[in-house]
Design a protein around this ligand. Structure first.
Ligand code: SAM
Length: 338
């Protein structure tokens, strides 16, 4: 029988349970920071296991809170753990954990907003791999705050498209939680009722896997929704090979009328007087049937549409900055449907 390599496990000294940590440090959950804590070691391990083997890897955890997932990460013997937490109240409990593994794992605790933190700055340079190689020994893991999760994933997709930040080191993998409906949309395939802009965007730059659900009841306090755990591995080559902002604009407009023929949304890419003609020209160039609905369009077909759009704006540069939404709602801040 072939010998299987046993994963290295770091044994932490006895520590108070997460529930006790919360009580000891008086860590009342703040709704404004989407604080919902996971207590059950089995679930914490399940999230970290979804990331695969992280032994000797650099692991960046977003929003560690009292450190439940962090414990599970440390037990898997990573080389270095980078913790990014906005709420400074958690620092003492995270320092307790860092002290407990001081000789074995290097733990950086960064108090800051993930949306303003350059994670790449904390990753050792020697882990860098070529983009076309296997992913580097770097993982992003997080039970993300609902309040930032969609903004964050869109921002990270743009960084992936430019190979910046943690993706300057290669095709860094992510294991993240989202509100269940958002996770389902991210992984939704063509023809699915959940298919939307977020599905096309995520799947254009990553392989997205919906791993499992966690019931809202497993969190303290219990959120109103359930949670989905998703892994994302950047693709070697995106399917739609055009700049991020252009892809985002075309896909957003096409999905802006989800139930209508997709050409209706596509028309809103162009000023009113030329709208019908240009959208039809774009669909002809892309060889897409105008009566196709947005959720019936595969990413390969979106690639043809965005390529056609790119050709059209080369010919008519004045259309490039046309913004249908700016015209419709000049001042309002629009909550985007994802
Ligand atoms: N990881 C812990 C767990 O699983 O029990 C806590 C998860 S809780 C859903 C989200 C965590 O993200 C909280 O600790 C919260 O303070 C933190 N957080 C919220 N907004 C953040 C931001 N913009 N940047 C970094 N951390 C943030």
């Amino acid at each position: 029988m072939a010998a299987t390599k046993k994963a290295l496990q770091i044994r932490l000294p006895p520590l108070p349970s997460i529930k006790d940590v919360i009580r000891l440090y008086k860590l009342r959950a703040l709704r404004e920071l989407s604080q919902n804590f996971l207590m059950e070691p089995r679930l914490l391990d399940k999230i970290v296991n979804a990331a695969g083997n992280i032994e000797n890897h650099v692991v960046c955890e977003v929003g560690p809170g009292p450190g439940g997932i962090t414990r599970s990460i440390i037990q898997r013997a990573p080389r270095k753990v980078i913790l990014i937490e906005k709420d400074p109240r958690f620092v003492p409990s995270l320092e307790l954990l860092a002290d407990a593994c001081r000789d074995k794992v290097d733990v950086d605790i960064i108090t800051g907003d993930i949306l303003k933190t350059d994670i790449g700055h904390f990753i050792p340079k020697d882990v860098k791999t070529d983009w076309l190689d296997s992913p580097p020994p770097v993982n992003l893991i997080g039970n993300l705050p609902f309040s930032v999760s969609t903004i964050l994933i869109i921002r990270w997709l743009e960084m992936i498209s430019k190979q910046e930040g943690p993706w300057a080191f290669g095709r860094t993998r992510m294991t993240l939680t989202f509100q269940k409906e958002v996770a389902e949309r991210m992984a939704a395939r063509i023809l699915s009722s959940q298919r939307c802009r977020l599905s096309v965007m995520c799947q254009n730059w990553c392989t997205v896997k919906y791993k499992f659900d966690i019931s809202g009841g497993a969190f303290l306090p219990k959120p109103d929704v359930d949670v989905g755990v998703v892994t994302l591995t950047p693709l070697k080559h995106p399917i739609i090979q055009q700049p991020f902002k252009m892809v985002e604009k075309v896909v957003r407009q096409i999905f802006s009328m989800r139930q209508k023929y997709s050409i209706r949304g596509a028309q809103t890419l162009f000023p009113e007087d030329v709208r019908e003609e240009m959208a039809l020209r774009m669909y002809k160039m892309a060889d897409i049937d105008p009566v196709t609905r947005p959720y019936q369009i595969a990413n390969m077909e979106f690639a043809r549409i965005v390529n056609a759009y790119s050709e059209i704006i080369k010919q008519y540069p004045e259309f490039e900055h046309y913004d249908y939404r700016a015209k419709k709602v000049p001042e309002a801040v629009v909550e985007e449907a994802v």
